[in-house]
Ligand binder design. Sequence first.
Ligand code: IMP
Length: 193
Amino acid sequence: MKLVFATNNKHKLQEVKEIVGNRVEVLSLKDINCYDDIPETGSTLEENALIKARWISEKYNCNCFADDTGLEVEVLDGAPGVYSARYAGEECNPEANMHKLLQNLTGKTNRAAQFRTVIALIINGEEHLFDGVVKGNISTEKMGEAGFGYDPIFIPQGYNLSFAQMTSEAKNSISHRYRATEKLSKYLKENYD
Ligand code: IMP
């Protein structure tokens, strides 16, 4: 079976391919010659994932899935959430985003947060949503160099290390995206094997 993943992010593509295995051929947007800048105008992760998946499925008439991720901080009522990439402005600068979040949490003792990924799958005209969550805390300063995005300031529950101090294998074995992709993979196995 072929499935288009509405992304050109090589890391995400690799991670997803490893989880779903050989049963499914996962294609990127580049593989189908799609260079569209798909507008992410939704106000929830679910809406944005569906917008991207519907765009591809309607334009290219194919089975596909799309994801959207947010970092949800408890004392900020779930912010930055769906706006995580653009928290400090449209430039989507991870350093500026982390700086703004640390500033907004100055003096706060409750630093609980979670990463949440939503995957929207459109297959044979049916829509399905899968989510994955990893709970943790926001550190008081950046720790570590690995990973991307908010990794240096996110400490997963049960660890003393930030995501940026963990190996990619360790992070990927507990991450929000891993957990959502596992659900997608299980669904495909149960229904399309
Ligand atoms: P996207 O939906 O994957 O594009 O992610 C939205 C925002 O969350 C971006 O600012 C990413 O940098 C951030 N983000 C997504 N996944 C991760 C992660 O695994 N670690 C750190 N930041 C992430």
